[in-house]
Design a protein around this ligand. Structure first.
Ligand SMILES: Cc1ncc(COP(=O)(O)O)c(C=O)c1O
Length: 387
């Protein structure tokens, strides 16, 4: 059994979550439950492999070991039923980097790019930063569940969209899209010649009986039009190592994206390769236990709100370690809500408005931490909001 209850002192490691808490939230005693990394120790095998490699006194140009690709392939086959060939894996430092390169390779300035909002904010900033036209389609509410508004998306695609960027599973609303939902999306994209970029960085963090479905497993059509990016960074808490990968099964698409990428001479470093190889080779049990732990954390927060903070509406997500909390019943402006959270509750969360206008009234909570920290944070929120 791995110990996810252990408090790991992260201050003093230049980590964004803890070392920048005073700068961002104005006070050092704020519990930081914001940026999407976790407060757990990594899989011991990752640390051992990095220590061993770091002990060797040369760090020259380094290729990946054969086990790097072999372990990525085995992991995806066993956990997600996704069959990948070695040449379909293109290492890249980050998933947002991958989005930028795919946009660069497959669209041109002024082209329309569609996203579902609310969604992870660098989707919009990367599209706009590369001078593409941002087109948004709000997710529809079905109870607390959000679903894609396919009719609205079709209207937008008709109007000349070139690429759709999908968050699969979805940050911040915690949906793990089903095969049926993805099939409908793929059909729509294929009908209007829209490339589908599927960001699958959260694909390993699923629980409560939900199963990740890669866009690439939906159909032959999906393989032709999809660019998938995935990474061990969220799953294994190694975001600081910058290791991600494209999986592109259509050779023509892969060629185009790789050519654009190679022109910039960006690469993955030797520690990123090693950590990825070891994570996918030895991490299955760790991830299974992590998912159980996160599921319990999510249930705790949901139950806490239901029983002790009934004005705050939330739900157990299907995946990710991010929760979407609706504070709108308090009638506060977004600024006042975030101020109250940081100055009175002393909890550092992300403003829902960051992810799109649909997020006004909401805040995003990161539950990738020991449960006692969440308990403390929820009690502090209760004390501030229910006094
Ligand atoms: C959906 C999604 N994509 C990408 C990223 C960041 O990926 P990277 O650090 O590899 O660019 C995040 C981080 O929170 C995310 O939630």
């Amino acid at each position: 059994m791995y110990n996810f209850d252990k408090l790991v002192e992260r201050k003093g490691t230049e980590c964004m979550k803890w070392d920048f808490v005073e700068k961002i939230y104005g006070s050092a005693d704020v519990i930081p439950l914001w940026i999407a990394d976790m407060d757990f120790e990594v899989l011991p095998e990752i640390r051992e492999a990095l220590e061993k490699r770091a002990a060797h006194p040369t760090y020259g140009y380094t290729a990946s070991a054969p086990a790097y690709r072999e372990n990525i392939i085995k992991w995806n086959q066993e956990r997600n039923g996704l069959t990948i060939e070695k040449e379909e894996i293109v290492p890249v430092p980050g998933v947002v980097t991958a989005i930028a390169f795919a946009l660069n390779a497959l669209t041109k300035e002024g082209d329309k790019v569609l996203i579902n909002t609310p969604v992870y904010n660098p989707f919009a900033s990367t599209i706009k930063g590369l001078n593409r036209e941002l087109v948004t389609s709000s997710l529809k509410c079905e109870g607390h569940k959000r679903v894609m508004d396919l009719a609205d998306m079709e209207e937008k695609m008709k109007d000349g969209v070139k690429m759709m960027i999908l968050c699969n599973p979805h940050n911040p609303i915690g949906r793990v899209w089903t095969k049926e939902e993805l099939s409908q999306l793929v059909d729509l994209c294929a009908k209007y010649n829209v490339y589908l970029f599927s960001d699958e960085i959260h694909s390993d963090i699923v629980y409560g009986g939900h199963k990740h479905c890669s866009a690439l497993t939906v159909s032959e059509k999906a393989k032709e039009i999809s660019i998938v990016a995935m990474a061990p960074s969220k799953t294994f808490n190694i975001a600081g190592l910058k290791s991600s990968m494209f999986i592109i099964q259509n050779p023509e698409l892969r060629e185009k994206v790789s050519a654009s990428y190679n022109a910039f001479h960006v690469g993955v470093d030797l520690f990123a390769y090693k950590a990825t190889e070891v994570a996918y080779g030895y991490g299955a049990k760790w991830v299974d236990e992590l998912n159980e732990y996160l599921y319990e954390n999510a249930k705790f927060v949901t139950e806490f709100c239901e029983t002790q903070l009934p004005k705050v509406k939330t739900f157990v997500p299907e995946g990710t370690y991010l929760m979407w909390l609706d504070f709108s019943a308090y009638g506060l402006s977004q600024e006042d809500l975030m101020n109250k959270l940081k100055t009175e509750a002393k909890v550092g969360m992300n403003s829902g408005a960051t992810y799109g206008d649909e997020g006004v009234g909401y805040a995003r909570l990161n539950i990738g931490c020991p449960k006692f920290m969440l308990e403390q944070a929820m009690n502090q929120i209760k004390a501030a909001f229910e006094k």
